[in-house]
Design a protein around this ligand. Structure first.
Ligand SMILES: [Zn+2]
Ligand SMILES: [Zn+2]
Length: 352
């Protein structure tokens, strides 16, 4: 097949309007109850010249929409899905659990987990976000292996999900494990970025491949093949390589977490506009995805949680501004200036 270069996936104004507002009178009147500023933002979805949202641009044959055809989900389909998990007053907490260390020191690991927590608090504004006490890989009793090709350590995603299900507190809407160890879903698979069970409300996501040198020849996480007797010895995880927490890694992990928790709320892959909920098949495509939800996905999340849209954006901006204050990482990388302030500008345009 010929590679596709810059194919624009554009919907008509009519289609987008219908996907966002729907024709169902109850949902139309629900939409009309949004305040004027919220509606003004939502309407940006159909402005062909919008600075905030644009059509999805496909850049390669291996992009998600081409390689994984799936039915699009408009707001009404989301709203009326009987299997959708809805947070209740009793189950209103998103729990994060670090599996293995996330940084090279305990302090970095703790700081990083707090940044993720803060980001989720702003993104899922109105939900409680709580941290479970971090645990070691050995405490999960999951299987692990050395990948035959990349020679890095990997843990079994399905075993971790079973473990998380048992750990789930009473008030949990979901429990999400995060780790710097790479994951595999089954023996025959090479790797997976993450895996979730929507019905159980559990997910596990690895940021191992988000470090700057995972795909380089000098990647330091390679180990020798495991011998039979060592395949039960978790000591191999002690002092195992952990990538440096750069701002790129932080950005990628925030995107992944919010995208994946979005799935737990019942949001399917977005095929309407450039959006955080677009599917991604590879890291380059995930990087192209914005931090932001398109209005259609934003309305879905708002309907699930019930936040005020402006308040939520303010919380996100606050989190981004806070990210510029001195932190535990010894040398803030120059990439900070490139990656973190970017979304702030987009939000400020909108506020005006
Ligand atoms: Zn996804
Ligand atoms: Zn979307």
């Amino acid at each position: 097949m010929r590679p596709v270069i810059m194919q624009v996936f554009r919907h008509s104004e009519q289609t987008l309007k219908r996907a966002l507002i729907s024709k169902n009178p109850a949902l139309v009147s629900q939409y009309e109850k949004l305040d004027a500023r919220e509606q003004q933002l939502m309407k940006e979805a159909f402005q062909p010249t919008s600075d905030l949202y644009g059509p999805i641009i496909l850049q390669s044959q291996s992009d998600w929409i081409i390689s994984h055809p799936e039915a699009p989900q408009d707001f009404e389909q989301f709203f009326s899905n009987p299997y959708r998990k809805i947070p209740s007053p009793e189950k209103h907490s998103i729990y994060l659990l670090a599996i293995g260390s996330l940084g090279n020191t305990r302090v970095i690991s703790e700081e990083y987990t707090k940044w993720l927590k803060g980001y989720c608090e702003a993104f899922f504004y109105g939900m409680n976000v709580k941290l479970l006490e971090p645990i070691s890989v050995s405490a999960t009793r999951c299987s692990f292996r050395v990948n035959d090709h990349t020679r890095n350590l990997q843990i079994h995603a399905g075993h971790i999900l079973k473990f998380l299900k048992k750990k789930k507190p009473e008030d949990a809407f979901c429990v999400v494990g995060v780790t710097m160890i790479d994951l595999y879903p089954r023996d025959s698979w090479n790797f997976v970025f993450g895996q979730a069970s929507l019905t159980d409300g559990v997910g596990i996501f690895s940021f191992a491949r988000y470090g700057s040198d995972f795909y380089s020849s000098h990647y330091k996480g390679t180990v020798k093949k495991l011998h039979k007797k060592s395949s039960n010895d978790y000591a191999i995880f002690d002092n195992y390589f952990i990538p440096e927490i750069t701002s790129v890694l932080l950005l990628r992990s925030c995107k992944t977490l919010s995208h994946e928790i979005g799935h737990i709320f019942g949001l399917r892959h977005c095929q309407w506009l450039t959006c955080l909920m677009q599917g991604s098949n590879h890291l380059e495509e995930a990087d192209r995805r914005p931090l932001n939800l398109c209005p259609i996905c934003l309305r879905k999340l708002q309907c699930a949680i019930g936040f005020n849209i402006a308040e939520r954006y303010k919380a996100l901006v606050r989190w981004i501004d806070d990210a510029d204050t001195p932190r535990a990482t010894p040398k803030p990388s120059c990439e900070d200036n490139v990656h973190l302030p970017k979304p702030v500008e987009a939000f400020q345009d909108w506020k005006e």
